[in-house]
Write a protein that binds this ligand. Sequence first.
Ligand SMILES: Cc1cc2nc3c(=O)[nH]c(=O)nc-3n(C[C@H](O)[C@H](O)[C@H](O)COP(=O)(O)OP(=O)(O)OC[C@H]3O[C@@H](n4cnc5c(N)ncnc54)[C@H](O)[C@@H]3O)c2cc1C
Length: 522
Amino acid sequence: MNKNAELVIIGAGAAGLLAAVAAARLGIKALVLESSELVGGDTATGSGQMWLPATHLAATAGIFDSVENAVEYLGTILGEETQASTSIRRAVFANTAPKLARWLAASNLPLTLDRGVPDYHPADAGGLPEGRVVTTVPTDRRSLGDWAEKLRSKSPVEEASHLKQFVRAFTGSEGHAATGGEALVAELLRRATANGVEIRLDAQIISLENNDGIEVGVHVEGEDEILRPKALLLSAGGFAGSQELREEYLPLPTNAEWSLMSHNTGKLLKLAAGLGAQLSAMNDAWWTPVTVIDGRAYSLDAARKAPHSLIVDQAGDRYIDEAAPGAQIVNRQYQRSRGTRTIPSYLIMDQRHRKAVGLGPWAAGDTKGESEDLYSAKTLGGLADLLGIDEPGFLGTVVRFNGFAHKGEDQDFHRGESVWDRYALAHSKHAHVASLGKLTKKPYWAVKVYPGDEGTKGGLLIDENSQVIDTQGETIPGFYACGGAAASIMKGTSPGPGAALSEALVEAYLAVIHFSKHRGLG
Ligand SMILES: Cc1cc2nc3c(=O)[nH]c(=O)nc-3n(C[C@H](O)[C@H](O)[C@H](O)COP(=O)(O)OP(=O)(O)OC[C@H]3O[C@@H](n4cnc5c(N)ncnc54)[C@H](O)[C@@H]3O)c2cc1C
């Protein structure tokens, strides 16, 4: 292990690896410590979309955007400043996003604009109907050589997406293809290792040190000496995988089982807090409604947007536009749960929906799969009985919903009307039909809907240079944090698909730039 590293990066997800590549390009000796035996973190299991406003990719596609627009949009949707979501951090994020995209392009990392993907709130000031979401072009894992087997994979369910065919065409073999978040991590990993960055896997951190603001330290299990680099960057993700921390900080009820495959337990956040670092935004997460089938969480993104389905609470009432962005649904679910039983809620589907849309582990059309978490009945009354929800209320809700579907207008929650709803549908097989479709074809189906997440938003409070701030409001010299480990600026909402990852990358980039400018000055 390189004991003379100037910068020690803890965590090898997208944020940590981007920092490693940036450090190598700036001539900084970096060492990456990763606790698991695989590289890639939650990033590698995700879709890898990045919300990057005002990029050259948008400009090339003829889409007008600007940093000013992005700042205005963030101000509109995020509202009042908070400790973590300051106007300076928002502005620096918007200003750095296009620079980061150019820097990645200059590093030959193949990004592509996800055409047609709108912001979550495109009608708000500064919002856009498309142009801010980018992804990494699929890549071949074999190009990583020996590192290929150390790269975390997407789950088989995620992989069974529409990308498969495209990937087969691209690499000639889907078995070796990395797509989405896995592709991004693969590209960063290749550059980090090619530039000689040492990545130590299975490195368990025993303690962190902060000697009166003079020196940071990190003690790795099995090493006699404490590492004392010029700077530490914490990029070890959030705490979605820790039931204990969830119960301490997130709204209740909460369950680590409702998180989409999080590997991160927040252990180092607690260690850092013990050194005086301030935690912030700990009650928030990148929310998304999920169902749990046989102990595993699945996204309901496709299923809840498709026609012939609706979501009800335990009184059998609808309470939300089912196609809305995930954060909106989960926030409403928690808010409503104070007066009505909404956790879990139920996604109700008819037979047409099940034949046309994948659900949990089952592909579209697979109506034979069984689980005690999947409910089915020949009548709506029978389904209500099975779920233990109020039957008259539930039947009334479906009759009213079917009436809206008949007219093509959801007078209660306006499902299918917003730009986001229309995109959400256009992107599915159901582009030709409205989001509203009657539930009339038996049998009827249901799964539970839980307030799930794609990671937590709370973490170490950082400034606009990703420097960690202590409980006295002062920065801790040589201590940086980014991504899931840092408190997000995106309080209560999200500007568009991919904001978690873009924030993580921007913060990692800013940390390395800041360290590079100040490393000789300490
Ligand atoms: C299914 C899914 C889909 C998603 N899709 C998207 C998307 O499309 N766009 C988007 O913006 N966001 C998405 N997200 C969220 C996104 O993946 C995260 O916000 C992003 O991965 C954060 O990057 P990170 O580098 O901070 O964390 P991670 O990628 O999780 O990396 C953290 C790393 O730190 C390591 N680590 C943890 N603890 C320690 C320790 N004690 N010591 C050393 N190392 C440690 C972990 O093993 C891991 O390798 C998705 C998440 C999920 C689960």
